[in-house]
Design a protein around this ligand. Structure first.
Ligand SMILES: [Zn+2]
Ligand SMILES: [Zn+2]
Length: 251
């Protein structure tokens, strides 16, 4: 991933606490100071607001100790780690897992669901969009949660469940390639708490019968699917319809 001189200058100006730890190492580390306001009513945010914000409580100025490792491939997002272990402390205090805070098992931040990447980086990777559309909102949400015990823009599913949330919300028709990518993604997912969720989902997707809302949820909770994980139910239901119509068209 190529970072231009102009981007480095931009980064130094807006985020002076961050710097390359070794020349050409591709690792930026230090303090991320940010100032962001989230306008909840209009679901819009402003970074570095230059006037008063209402309500003022939605403006957060905070900082995190972080490390960003840039990847060689244009396709892969940089790996971001919160090295100050503040998120871990908050997770423990709330008796929640790191995954609930969108920290992957390897300690990297899950900045967005991977299929959603182009929504946040519509012009491909560049440092400004990366910082302002992904990184700063991620840490804003962490600070917000730490203070208010809720997420500013609602709960977001993680990993496999994020796929179905994304699928339920998308408006464009899916292509065969798109559907195959989804299925590959499901196959690559690991079991959740020892429960074979990916296998179960693939079985439901390929079975002849409809998926029923009153059957037990795929998460293994024994609660009705529709009530336990409604967004996953909706996404899977929609994916199954697409799967069937694509298969009918190409037989
Ligand atoms: Zn996540
Ligand atoms: Zn469930």
């Amino acid at each position: 991933m190529l970072i231009t001189d102009a981007e480095i200058i931009w980064l130094k100006e807006y985020y002076p606490g961050l710097r390359f730890i070794k020349r050409n190492s591709g690792i930026i580390a230090g303090n991320l100071h940010f100032d962001m306001f989230y306008d909840e009513a209009n679901a819009k945010y402003i970074i570095n607001p230059d006037s008063d914000c209402h309500p003022p409580s939605m403006r957060i100025r905070d900082s995190y100790q972080i490390e960003i490792t840039f990847q060689n491939s244009e396709q892969d997002l940089p790996i971001v780690k919160e090295t100050g272990r503040r998120i871990e402390t908050v997770a423990q205090a709330n008796n929640l897992s790191m995954l609930d805070f969108h920290i992957n098992n390897d300690g990297s931040a899950c900045l967005c669901f991977i299929f959603d990447k182009y929504t946040y980086l519509p012009n491909g990777f560049n440092i400004r969009d990366f910082m302002h559309n992904l990184l700063v909102p991620f840490f804003y949400a962490q600070s917000f949660y730490e203070r208010d015990h809720r997420w500013p823009w609602g709960e977001y599913e993680h990993g496999l469940f994020a796929l179905f949330q994304w699928y339920a919300e998308r408006k464009e028709a899916i292509t065969i390639d798109g559907l195959n990518q989804c299925i590959d993604y499901i196959k690559r997912c690991k079991n959740i708490k020892g429960y074979k969720v990916p296998t179960l989902i693939l079985t439901l997707l390929k079975q002849k019968d409809n998926i029923k809302g009153h059957q037990p949820c795929v998460c293994g909770s024994n609660i009705k699917f529709r009530n336990c994980h409604p967004r996953i139910f909706n996404g899977l239901w929609k994916m199954k319809k697409d799967y069937e119509s694509i298969n009918n068209n190409y037989q």
